[in-house]
Design a binder for this molecule. Structure first.
Ligand SMILES: [Zn+2]
Length: 257
């Protein structure tokens, strides 16, 4: 059976890690090493205490996450952060993180996979960030309300709900863009205007983004930070398990956002 070194080499290559731009707190790639042979994988959106203990209790030797152990930045090992690290080390489980590389990937990225869930076909990238495009965009001819409904059905599957900026009944979507996670921001709203996107589908965003959207004729569909980032880690774990013959499971731990 493979070691973490084998699996990490495969994932790094697939995702373009290292060298992929990201927030330094993302720490893409191996976050915690292990020499144990890997037969069981777990995947989760967040490296939080509950997902770590569940993965360890289920006998996983590797946990693949989107938001890794170091999202809180430089901080002392105490409280919840100490418990997380302690739980990882005691179980001798490895941790592998993939953040923006897993948002932007053309086959197993959160953006393309969410588009497929919503019945949309991407034709290009969207969401310029650190010199790359972290999301996708495309054309369609749908009532915006239909897209909201599809996004709501998807979000509900992952324990979330959908919200929107004000949408006039009967409004139609011709050009959409997706940026999963915290995708609604002044930058993405400006980019939408510049690129002729009339509907922006994101995970979440601050209150003022709904006002900016309303005043610029844009519709924003907020489908949940957690829900919109569940797909990439599952696709990566599935790829690894198909390649190396391990089992895999998704540890569902919604945040309500
Ligand atoms: Zn995120």
């Amino acid at each position: 059976m493979p070691t973490l070194a084998d699996i990490a080499r495969y994932c790094d290559d697939l995702l373009g890690i290292p060298g992929f731009p990201d927030d330094p707190r993302a720490l893409n790639g191996i976050q915690v090493d292990t020499r144990t042979e890997i037969t069981r994988l777990a995947a989760a959106v967040d490296a939080r205490e509950r997902t770590i203990t569940a993965a360890a209790a289920n006998g996983a030797q590797l946990l693949i996450v989107h938001h890794g152990l170091f999202w809180g930045g430089l901080q002392p090992l105490r409280g919840a952060q100490l418990r997380r690290i302690d739980s990882v080390l005691r179980s001798q489980m490895g941790v592998y993180g993939a953040h923006l590389p897993l948002d932007a990937h053309p086959e197993i990225g959160n953006g393309v996979l969410l588009a497929a869930e919503l019945g949309l076909q991407p034709t290009g990238g969207f969401g310029r960030f650190l010199g790359i495009e972290v999301g996708v965009q495309g054309e369609t001819s749908l009532e915006t309300g239909e897209l909201v409904q599809r996004a709501g059905t998807f979000a509900a599957r992952y324990g979330g709900t959908v919200r929107t900026s004000p949408i006039i009944p009967g409004r139609r979507t011709a050009r959409w863009a997706i940026v999963t996670g915290a995708g609604a921001a002044p930058d993405t709203i400006a980019e939408a205007a510049e690129r002729g996107v009339d509907t922006l589908i994101v995970g979440e965003g601050p209150h003022h983004t709904a006002i900016s959207a309303d005043e610029s004729g844009l519709a924003i569909i907020y489908a949940g930070h957690y829900a919109t980032e569940t797909l990439g880690v599952q696709a990566l774990a599935r790829r690894v398990s198909e390649t190396f013959g391990t089992t895999w499971e998704f540890i569902h731990e919604p945040t309500g956002l």
